[in-house]
Design a protein around this ligand. Structure first.
Ligand code: FPP
Length: 235
C-alpha cells in the first residue's frame, strides 16, 4: 500500500492525511474482495523497516491502527471476515496487542474471507523465524537435518495454512517487493501500478484482476503441459 505520503504532499497536506485516506482505500479494497469472492487478502500495513521512520509518523500510524481496530472490527466480523496479523508483535503497545489478539479470537470462525494484516512484518524475518523453529526441533531431537526441506520450512512461515498468493499488487510506482512475503510469493503474479494507494479503488483492482486473468501460470512447466493439464481438469 505505497504512496500515502506522496498523495498528501501533492495536496500540500501532512503525510498523516495520506495515511488516513489510505485507511479508507483499505475499506474499499476489502468491500471489493468480499463482493468478488476473493478468499484471502494480505495487506502490507507496516514493515519491520518502517519502525525507523520519524517518531511522530510512527506514533501517529500506531494511533491510526488502534482507532481502526476499535472502529472497524465489529463491522468486519458482521461481514464474516476472519482477521489475523502477521509480523513481529513484540514492538507493539499492550493496547494494540490486546486488540489484535481479541479481534483474531473473535473472528476466527468466520469464512467469507481471510484478511491478514502484515504489521511489523519482514519477509526475511519471517523465513529466519521459520528456520529457528526447525533448528529448535533439531536441537530437541524431534527433527533430523535430512528432514529439513521446502515443505518443512513452508509449514512455519506466515500464512502457512493458506494457499500461496496468486496475485501481488504494489501501488505507488516502485517495481520491487520490498521484503514482503518473500517465500510465499515465489510463483505469484506481480502487478505494479503508478496509482498512489489512497486513490486505489474498484476500477484499478479490476484492471489488476483482468490483467491477471490473461497471464499464463506455468509453475516451471511448459505451455503444452499446462494446456494438457487444463484439458484433463475440464473435459
Ligand atoms: C506506505 O506509504 C504506507 C504505509 C507505511 C502505511 C500504510 C497504512 C495505511 C494504508 C493506513 C491504515 C491501514 C490499516 C490496515 C488500518 P508511504 O508512506 O511509504 O508513501 P510514500 O512512499 O508516498 O511516502
Amino acid at each position: 500500500m505505497d504512496g500515502n505520503g506522496r498523495w498528501a504532499q501533492q495536496r500540500r497536506r501532512p503525510r498523516m492525511i495520506g495515511h488516513r485516506a489510505g485507511a479508507r482505500a483499505v475499506n474499499r479494497t476489502i468491500d471489493f474482495c468480499l463482493e468478488r469472492g476473493v478468499g484471502a487478502l494480505t495487506l502490507f500495513a507496516f514493515s519491520s523497516e518502517n519502525w525507523g521512520r520519524p517518531k511522530d509518523e510512527v506514533d501517529a500510524l500506531m494511533k491510526l491502527f488502534l482507532g481502526a481496530l476499535d472502529r472497524e472490527v465489529d463491522e468486519l466480523h458482521r461481514r464474516g471476515v476472519r482477521i489475523r496479523f502477521i509480523g513481529d508483535r513484540s514492538r507493539f503497545s499492550s493496547a494494540i496487542l490486546e486488540r489484535m489478539t481479541r479481534s483474531e479470537q473473535r473472528t476466527s470462525g468466520n469464512t467469507s474471507i481471510t484478511l491478514a494484516i502484515a504489521a511489523s512484518y519482514g519477509g526475511r524475518q519471517d523465513i529466519a523465524q521459520a528456520a529457528r523453529v526447525l533448528a529448535a526441533q533439531v536441537a530437541a531431537g524431534t527433527l533430523t537435518v535430512d528432514q529439513i526441506d521446502e515443505q518443512a520450512l513452508a509449514r512455519h512461515v506466515a500464512l502457512a495454512d493458506l494457499p500461496p498468493p496468486d496475485l501481488f499488487i504494489r501501488t505507488g510506482g516502485d517495481t520491487r517487493i520490498s521484503n514482503f512475503l518473500l517465500w510465499q510469493l515465489a510463483y505469484a503474479e506481480l502487478w505494479f501500478t503508478d496509482v498512489l494507494w489512497p486513490d486505489f479503488d474498484a476500477g484499478v483492482l479490476q484492471q489488476a484482476l483482468d490483467d491477471y486473468s490473461l497471464r499464463e501460470r506455468r509453475f516451471g512447466l511448459t505451455s503444452a503441459q499446462i494446456a494438457a493439464a487444463t484439458e484433463t481438469a475440464s473435459p
